[in-house]
Design a protein around this ligand. Sequence first.
Ligand SMILES: [Fe+2]
Length: 175
Amino acid sequence: MQLTWSHAVLNVKDAPKMLDFYTNTLGFSISDRGPIAEDGPDIIFLSQNHNEHHQLALVATREDEGPSNALNHMAFRVQSFEDLQTLQSRLEALEQKFLPLSHGNTLSFYFSDPEGNGLEVFWDTPWHVSQPSGAVWDNQMDEAAALAWVEETFGQDPQFGRREESAQEFVNRTR
Ligand SMILES: [Fe+2]
């Protein structure tokens, strides 16, 4: 199992101000945005890489003052479904709780490190799905069953399609 860095999600206080900085000063483009739950705050996805749906995302959840934990989670990609199964058995051996959540474009596990920092480890599915999207998946399924479940669960999304097509669309829109 090898992890490659994918993205961080920050809890922010002033989303418009942060968005202005990350887009106009650092050059990110918005790849998607929307409420994370009914009546929830917006999550804003940012990227400069068409192969990465988001390299950074901002969620306006912080109301506290001062240097509290701004980090929502860090995310790493694995190369195979088998890697997810390896991780699953390691987490189970530690009795570490995890949430199997699929974003349609991923099969993910969400969990925490020993000090409570949020982590996501995911495997890419072949599809693009508009974000935010999410559904809990049954991590006892094998790879074929899991992929069939993803297609069935997210196939109605208006943006559902092959990953490469949406990557090309992002290139066209942001160049
Ligand atoms: Fe994530």
